[in-house]
Ligand binder design. Sequence first.
Ligand code: ADP
Ligand code: MG
Length: 489
Amino acid sequence: MSATDAGMSGGYDREWEVVIGIEVHVQLATETKLFCGDRPTFGSPPNTHVCPVCLGLPGALPATNPEAVRLAVRTALALGCEVHGTSVWARKNYFYPDLPKGYQITQFDRPVATGGRVSFDTEDGIGEVRIRRIHMEEDAGKSLHDRVSGATAVDLNRAGTPLVEIVTEPDLASPADTRAFLQALKQVLEYVDVSDCNMEEGSLRADANVSVRPVGEEALGTKTEIKNVNSFSGIEKALEQEIERQVALLESGGTVIQQTLLWDDHAGEIRPMRDKEESHDYRYFPDPDLLPLVLDPAEVDAIRNSIPELPRARRARFVSGYGLPDYDAGVLTLSRAGADFFEAVAEASNDPREAAKWVMGPYQAVLNERGEEGGEEVVPPRALAELVDLVADGTISHGVGKKVLGIMAREGLAAAAVVEREGLAQVRDETSLRGWVDEVMAAFPDEVERCRAGESRLLGFLMGKVMECSGRRADPHAARQLLQELLAG
Ligand code: ADP
Ligand code: MG
């Protein structure tokens, strides 16, 4: 990967290689916060979901939420990590107005899980990122700069919300790969239902660490960390800008300073935030209010057994089991609900490949029209399967099938019932076909003559007229055959 490939203007003296490692914060979809009974909500009036524990009032004691632990373990297992039987809660000490305790409860030298991998699609194959570690921690509150004029206000509703932080090795080589990795990660998290992954609401936030080095150099360059990126396009843009800045700096003889940068999504630019602290600055120590987190192996096994087939495996099975092209299998497995839907249609119909085309094509078009999310059904899978079979066995044409689907979606009718009511079945009986063909041949004697004289493209024209004349109900194969016979005869 050269610097030029990363989307830069080029013209540099040397070729640069990009190195990126990501830290992703994922909000776990629990009923209550990590160490108290408040409900994590988004968009509630400020400071309405708080209690002595998440406000950090003196004497309040945290109690670990087992549901959050289960979801963290589930996340780790879905990413192929090793889950540790014992992990330790630690205090990360720092001052910030949105952190009333003066420390964040997190995990430091003994995280809940280590190792693991995420695969993602690249332009020329499959990329892979190693996961370094996953630890649990509580979220901080939020500073609000626009609520009170001339002042910054603090909303602590988010304080204490359970997060996992997923830290990758510096394995990514471009902004585009980083985006693809995040999309693949989000897809896995959605499959295993650990988070709503709503980036706009901050349920999935990525910090991107990036450095560059001359091609061929072994040692990593000095990195900067871009914080606060909450969209896929944002992360790509932020990284491209930062890579360009670093390369320009190094090319002109400067040095990159290790620092934390802030991505301003609105302005579409990065700003320096602070010089980077080292981890010893935080004076981590085990939280004396919390026992180490000890997992019951039987429960970990139960969680492992409850993990559904993951997107990559499912996609591979769609290719081998249903004979789908890899691209189609990828589209059909984007969401778990969508993959479940396709599979129900495929199983109920006689032709999984046709089923795939209908789900991705006409059915998806109806969804788009309605603005439904991938998971919502507009017709039950069995009903769509019946429609697919009616088209496959020639009872109705593909075009009529699409029309039937529209009516099914609007009126909740079965395919056969719509075909019957609207008289849409293709007509194949000789007498009716003969009637339409005769009518067309009589109406276009010139074209008939020229077609007979060898102007074969007029066959298409005459066929079109026959279909029109039949109200598009003529079986096109049978009608074409008859037309050809009569032209020859
Ligand atoms: P820090 O102690 O500064 O937080 P870590 O070693 O914990 O740094 O790594 C944090 C993240 O930064 C990880 O995702 C890691 O892969 C990534 N990273 C580390 N060094 C580099 C580097 N030189 N360039 C790019 N990313 C890096
Ligand atoms: Mg770090």
